[in-house]
Design a protein around this ligand. Structure first.
Ligand SMILES: NC(=O)c1ccc[n+]([C@@H]2O[C@H](COP(=O)([O-])OP(=O)(O)OC[C@H]3O[C@@H](n4cnc5c(N)ncnc54)[C@H](O)[C@@H]3O)[C@@H](O)[C@H]2O)c1
Length: 435
């Protein structure tokens, strides 16, 4: 099948590459010319495990192309995917300008029947708005379909190639058939392609992300109780997670959720609810809990040093909002950096993939280390903000040689408390007894 993908960021690049990997001819288009130049030259623009190999293979096989002209990309395409930003606007609701600008442009250039499938996370009713924008200038046949994306950064290729489910919102039989054919190779093991109307599909994406954010905030509140009541959140997590109705996943407390999706999607659903005069009280609490949790570890650090961080120097392991990605959007590590430096301390950080993005965003506000051990030199204490595998099993002998003070504030509960005590550390983590 011939496909166009508009927007070549985290979602668009994975989408385009994975569709090409399944044998489709994919034209990816982006407004960012330098990105298109890099991608066309075989230079990958994001870090995502397993992506580069199939990206290069599909360029080589001429199934994957990059360009900056929308006309050229959509000319032959049967399905046009939109993978465009939907950032929060000034009031927190999703800003649809990128999606609607492209819809408007499409209306001026479409020829023949096309399916326009929206992968961006958008409020209920957007498919109608996209359709209206196209129809201003185009009188030919087309269908606008909602096809929310559920991939997780860090495991995006696996998620895309073997999705738990594919959700498609359309009431058009013609579009349904095309989407069915396109996704068939991805659901051979029997996972469902769930068809529904456009509005339900749009809401499904917000409901999924908001539910997961709620699960995280709930566990973060349980962790707060554990710290106050002398219970251990790891035990509580295992105790409840083995109940099938609750499930084991998304029960890990930490330093709050971040990333480009949960914060903005929770905010956007609250705003959408307000618009229909419904106060989504649980979600308002979820946001509040998360904002507090992002700084909980800083409160612990401040308390440990009698509220005086002036002149202290911290090592920070982890900058990405989660492991296996270079994405730092809304990363809790950035909130920690702000709070710690505002309190007069300095930081040397290490992250396996995210340092270039952080440097581009905050420059010399902190120092950057060559590796995780180098970051420890001269540090008052170590703060852990991202659970990269290499942080989970460090070389403790080397760590001991580099760290002056054996003090660790672990926002991701990476280590066994007894082990850390045995090694002589002061070790404070989330929802567990500090030692
Ligand atoms: N990142 C995720 O994990 C994830 C997962 C599921 C859904 N989503 C949703 O998918 C959408 C895209 O997210 P993302 O993380 O890929 O964003 P992104 O910012 O990484 O990528 C968006 C891309 O669109 C390009 N763009 C902007 N305007 C354009 C235009 N007029 N024409 C062509 N390209 C244009 C940008 O240059 C950028 O490369 C958002 O709605 C997001 O909520 C993201």
């Amino acid at each position: 099948m011939k496909i166009a993908v508009v927007g070549t960021g985290y979602v668009g690049l994975v989408t385009g590459t994975c569709f090409a990997e399944a044998g489709n001819k994919v034209a990816c288009v982006d407004i960012d010319k330098s990105k298109v130049e890099k991608l066309s030259a075989g230079q990958i623009t994001i870090y995502e495990p397993g992506l580069e190999k199939i990206f290069l293979r599909n360029i080589q096989e001429s199934r994957l192309k990059f360009m900056s002209q929308l006309e050229e990309a959509v000319e032959d395409a049967e399905i046009i995917f939109l993978a465009l930003p939907t950032p929060p606007g000034a009031d927190g609701s999703a800003d649809l300008k990128y999606v609607l600008d492209v819809a408007d442009h499409l209306g001026k250039i479409l020829k023949g029947y096309k399916v326009i499938a929206n992968k961006s996370t958008v409020p209920v009713g957007t498919a109608d708005k996209v359709s209206t924008a196209i129809s201003k200038n185009y009188t030919g046949e087309y269908d606008v379909v909602s096809n929310p994306e559920f991939l997780r950064e860090g495991v995006a290729v696996d998620d895309f190639m073997k999705p738990d489910r594919v959700v498609v919102g359309t009431r058009s039989e013609r579009a349904k058939k095309l989407m069915c054919d396109l996704y068939a190779p991805f659901v051979r093991q029997g996972n469902p392609v769930i068809f529904m109307d456009e509005r339900s599909s749009e809401l499904t994406k917000y409901a999924a992300n908001s539910f997961l954010a709620t699960k995280i905030s709930f566990m973060n509140e349980i962790a707060q109780l554990c710290e106050r009541m002398g219970a251990d959140v790891d035990m509580v997590r295992r105790g409840i997670g083995s109940d099938d109705r609750i499930g084991k996943r998304f029960l890990f407390p930490g330093i709050g959720y971040g990333g480009s999706c949960f914060p903005k999607d929770v905010q956007a659903l609250i705003m959408s609810s307000d618009e229909v005069n419904y106060e989504f009280e649980i979600l308002k609490a979820v946001e509040k809990v998360n904002a507090h949790q992002k700084l909980h570890i800083v409160e612990k650090i401040k308390a440990h040093y009698n509220n005086n961080l002036q002149g202290k120097h911290f090592a920070l392991w982890g900058l990405a909002f989660k492991p296996n990605t270079d994405d730092i959007r809304e990363s809790p590590a950035l909130s920690i950096i702000d709070a710690i430096t505002e309190a007069g301390a300095t930081i040397t950080a290490y992250d396996p993939e995210a340092m270039p993005n952080v440097k581009a965003k905050i420059g010399d506000k902190i120092k950057y280390a060559e590796n995780q051990y180098h970051a420890l030199e001269g540090a008052t204490a170590l703060i852990i903000a991202t659970e990269w595998s290499e942080f989970k099993t460090p070389d403790f002998d080397l760590m001991e040689k580099k760290i002056g003070n054996k003090i660790v504030f672990d926002g991701r509960n990476l280590f066994d408390i007894k082990k850390m005590i045995g090694l002589g550390y002061y070790y404070d983590s989330i929802g567990r007894n500090k030692k």
